[in-house]
Design a protein around this ligand. Sequence first.
Ligand code: PMP
Length: 432
Amino acid sequence: MIKAPVSNDLFLRAQNSIPGGVNSPVRAFRAVGGNPRFIVSAKGPYMYDEDDNRYTDFINSWGPMILGHAAEVVQEAVQQAIPNSLSFGAPTRKEIEIAELIVSMVPSIEKVRMVNSGTEATMSAIRVARGFTGRDKIIKFEGCYHGHGDSFLISAGSGAITLGVPDSPGVTKGTANDTLTAPYNNLDAVKTLVDAKKGQIAAIILEPVAGNMGLVTPAEGFLQNLRALCDKEGIVLIFDEVMTGFRLAPGGAQELYGVTPDMSTLGKIIGGGMPVGAYGGKREIMEYVAPAGPVYQAGTLSGNPIAMSAGMAMLTYLKEHPEVYTQLRNTTDKLVSGMEQNMQQLGLNFTVNQIGSMFSIFFTQQAVTDFDSAKTSNTAFFGRYFNAMLDRGIYLAPSQYEALFVSTAIGEEQVSQYIQANLESLKEAQQG
Ligand code: PMP
């Protein structure tokens, strides 16, 4: 059993000056019980807390650290950039280089605008889609999370569902009315909405692989059918690849599934751990963005030179080392088959969803294909399992409604440690 007295004290202290003691809700461990660990440093597969405990990390800063923590290629690029000053608020050569690199990697992107988070990317993308089409409404899917922009906090996944506020107070009725929702993987529901609001839908936005209700993959033909529907109805199809971009393939889920949206949003890996997001798409749509066009979007720190250096190093590495994706998949396959054996041995009801280096366990016997089926998972069991894993030095996402992300720093040793801890933790969770 890992002890964390310093983290416990810090969490008490944090609550006096920070809402809930954290700067992003899920970090508070509310859904799983217990106190969060305050992290001091991380290297490769490991994170170290204020009590000198070591954890093998399966979240990797919620996705960005695909090469493990403090990857040398990224660290060196940042160190080289720092002496030139931290921000200019004026254009730099690096911004062109990273834009060209993104255009070369992501099939849908002909032009791209850098922002500072995934939230900014999705908020901006729907504004541009609205400006481009002259329409107001958008369709999103239940359990998908697109950041905390008002328009998206309707049936939202991730922390919003973990904390039981899928429809956040503070979002005006007017805004909420412009967001229509459909169950994930349900084309008929989308068609019904489109027919009911003929000529009013600006955009359909989705995670092409959903990671924010736990991991849910698109059903056969779902993405292709949405593409065809959008073409027919003049709707802008937006893939939110904040999680999946550069993770499932160098060109993200759109490359993997061979479906090209009109616009894409990016975050996480694109900044190599620095706060970066981006949105991009077809030339004629992106020409609507100021100052080329009338749709306003701006950022004091956008294209920040340090963040661009980290992102450039990360993306260049991934583009030049496509074997990374095979390695990540092989590692994740081993984790998943080990877990499946454990759960069968213990006679547990479970579903494991996996694609490439993303996976989730749901404690349910149902297939998990949408938000409703995700919610059949036994979350009390998940909470016990999470804490038992933490006690064994394995750091998972502290919520059922999140995906796990494997990094290249996870090797044979960490895989064995994980599978052993999984068996023991499941047994412990079964005891109640
Ligand atoms: N879209 C998706 C698919 C995400 O997973 C997230 C964050 N997990 C966001 C948008 C929001 O990104 P950020 O937290 O950087 O604002």
